[in-house]
Design a protein around this ligand. Structure first.
Ligand code: ASN
Length: 311
């Protein structure tokens, strides 16, 4: 072939490991949805554009479309739509297979765990607290790992992967009292040294993660960190839903309130329900299951940072 980029693509698409990864991905996607369905969750369709999307806790290049007179943002996460989807009576638990676009600054992020375009298995539960979400995750991981171990034994052998044991009751660590500058290093150390996934709680980040009403500066949110140096798996939280608190949190973070006009109006009229939820990075989970070093190794089409975008 004439270009290195095409050669790389052809080698990747013909690699022996790829069909095994795709088979595992297939079982993973089915089981995530089946598990949520069996627990009474309702599946919601994802959206790709909206006047508002997740402001994120880090800088990315803007991802917007112009449609007629309007500017619409490409979905960075379904966070606000998850809250709104829980407004109807009798809709209490939802999940979404949600594609997200995040145009990461190439200099700032390690490319081994970041994609510019990825998908989350996003869940949200009405009137839940973060302990209920963490308990759901523990059960989900135990289930997924058991099914994949059983149904994908041949593929795991081909990949040379022995799955770590998932027993649930993942250890929990709080960053309360820890200087902000030490939190990343703490999570990295856990990922390197813990034999099992760990929850880390209390991150200062986006305005929609709830601040503990009893302890200012402490947040009712969490990440799950994978062992074996696989890093961050997911993030989740109880959400802010009360108008005064949302405004205060937005102002603290210098958020431009104009874009959020409709959202703020809804909260002013007490129409945003109290919810908690999380989003699991699907490709990161697949990478961990398959024991691959780079996130692009588990993607049919490379969308990693510095991708050549061959196709
Ligand atoms: N999906 C995440 C959550 O539910 C938010 C995110 O992706 N930033 O908390």
């Amino acid at each position: 072939m004439s270009t290195p980029s095409l050669n790389n693509f052809i080698n990747h698409i013909n690699s022996q490991h790829l069909p095994a990864i795709l088979k595992i991905q297939n079982v993973l996607l089915m089981e995530l949805q089946k598990f949520a369905h069996d627990q009474g969750f309702i599946q919601i369709m994802p959206l790709l554009m909206s006047p508002i999307t997740d402001p994120l806790n880090h800088d990315v290049y803007p991802a917007e479309l112009q449609y007629e007179e309007r500017k619409l943002k490409l979905t960075a996460s379904m966070i606000f739509h998850k809250q709104l989807a829980l407004i109807p009576e009798n809709i209490n638990k939802i999940y979404i297979m949600a594609p997200n676009i995040r145009l990461e600054l190439a200099k700032k992020k390690s490319s081994s765990n970041h994609l510019l375009e990825f998908s989350q298995f996003d869940i949200e539960i009405k009137n839940a607290n973060m302990d209920e979400i963490m308990a759901f995750i523990e059960k989900l991981y135990v289930h997924i790992f058991a099914v994949i171990e059983k149904e994908c034994a041949a593929e795991l052998t081909l990949l040379g992967r022995k799955l770590p044991k998932m027993k649930g009751a993942f250890p929990r660590y709080s960053t309360e009292g820890m200087p902000l500058t030490e939190v990343d290093a703490f999570c990295n150390k856990l990922s390197a040294e813990s034999p099992v996934p760990c929850f880390v709680t209390n991150f200062k980040r986006e305005f929609y993660d709830k601040e503990d009403p009893a302890k200012k500066g402490v947040y009712r949110n969490f990440d799950l960190v994978y062992p074996e140096n696989y890093g961050e798996a997911l993030s989740g939280a109880e959400r802010e839903y009360e108008y005064n608190q949302i405004i205060r949190r937005m102002q603290e973070l210098n958020t431009n309130l104009t874009a959020y006009e409709n959202y703020l109006e809804m909260s002013k009229h007490k129409l945003i329900p109290r919810t908690a939820g999380c989003g699991i990075g699907i490709q990161r989970l697949l990478k961990f299951i398959c024991g691959k070093p780079q996130i692009k190794d588990v993607c049919l089409f490379d969308r990693s940072i510095l991708s050549e975008f061959t196709f």
